[in-house]
Design a binder for this molecule. Structure first.
Ligand SMILES: *[C@@H]1O[C@H](CO)[C@@H](O)[C@H](O)[C@H]1NC(C)=O
Length: 252
């Protein structure tokens, strides 16, 4: 695993791994959480990233100063919506247009946003589940309207709990009650060429192994949908209640 020279600058330094089985283009990126109070400036952060082999950064929400600082940096950007924005994005196509007009259009393509994550680990939530796909579709329509469809993809981040089991990896499949829901997401991924994104949570059993998800996708016929693994790796620094969040542990 690759870590930054001064990884402690990041409260949550996670590795974002893209695994494209078909085209075999692995990449390393980081998840950038900006909840810390001693973070370097966006400009310094970008310089630091440029000194590494990190090619992609995921922002959990549209962090405009960071998006601006990443202009012409050679680092590609994944931007998330807040989960709380999903109801509006689902019910109002104009909310999605406003989101794109505010957070993407003024900065693209100098800031190379290539993927928008609508929601984080919300696909199992009863209240959000039905809103997620309409929100993603409205976002896609807003991108299409801005002639960005195909250039910027839309997806959502699933938690590993969408799988009923994952061991051995070849037996991985979605929870039975979720199959129809997952087919909806995969149909969207397949139709728009966007990746299926999953957080494997390696602190526990899964490491960064996407094979169970691959089997689950294949069993529904979506062999062509790419898988992106987010939030693997280890937080390099936590608060007092997180003594395990150290660089040494991260190397384990
Ligand atoms: C995925 O999309 C392709 C191309 O649009 C289509 O031919 C195929 O049937 C789709 N796969 C599934 C499982 O729906």
């Amino acid at each position: 695993m690759a870590f930054l020279p001064d990884a402690s600058l990041f409260i949550l330094l996670n590795i974002l791994i893209g695994i494209n089985i078909a085209r075999s283009e692995p990449f390393i990126g980081i998840n950038y959480g900006n909840l810390g109070d001693n973070l370097p400036s966006p400009e310094d952060t970008v310089k630091l990233l440029q000194s590494t082999s990190i090619q992609k950064i995921r922002l959990y929400s549209p962090d405009i100063p960071m998006i601006k600082a990443l202009a012409n940096s050679g680092i590609d950007i994944v931007v998330g919506t807040q989960n709380s924005e999903i109801p509006a994005l689902a019910s109002d196509p104009n909310a999605a247009k406003t989101w794109i007009n505010t957070n993407v259009l003024p900065f693209y393509p100098a800031s190379n946003i290539f993927l928008i994550m609508v929601g984080n680990e919300i696909s199992l939530d009863e209240n959000f589940r039905k809103q997620l796909l309409p929100a993603m579709q409205n976002m896609q329509n807003a991108l299409d309207a801005g002639s960005l469809g195909g250039k910027i993809k839309v997806s959502t981040v699933h938690s590993m709990s969408v799988l009923s089991h994952s061991d051995p990896p070849s037996s991985g499949e979605f929870q039975t009650w979720l199959v129809d829901v997952m087919k909806g997401f995969l149909g969207f991924n397949n139709a728009t060429g966007s990746p299926f994104v999953i957080n494997p949570y390696p602190y526990y059993a899964y490491n960064s192994d996407p094979r169970p998800a691959r089997s689950a996708l294949n069993s529904l016929g979506y062999n062509n949908v790419e898988i992106v693994v987010t939030e693997t790796g280890w937080p390099s620094k936590g608060d007092d209640k997180e003594p395990w969040a150290t660089i040494d542990k991260a190397k384990d």
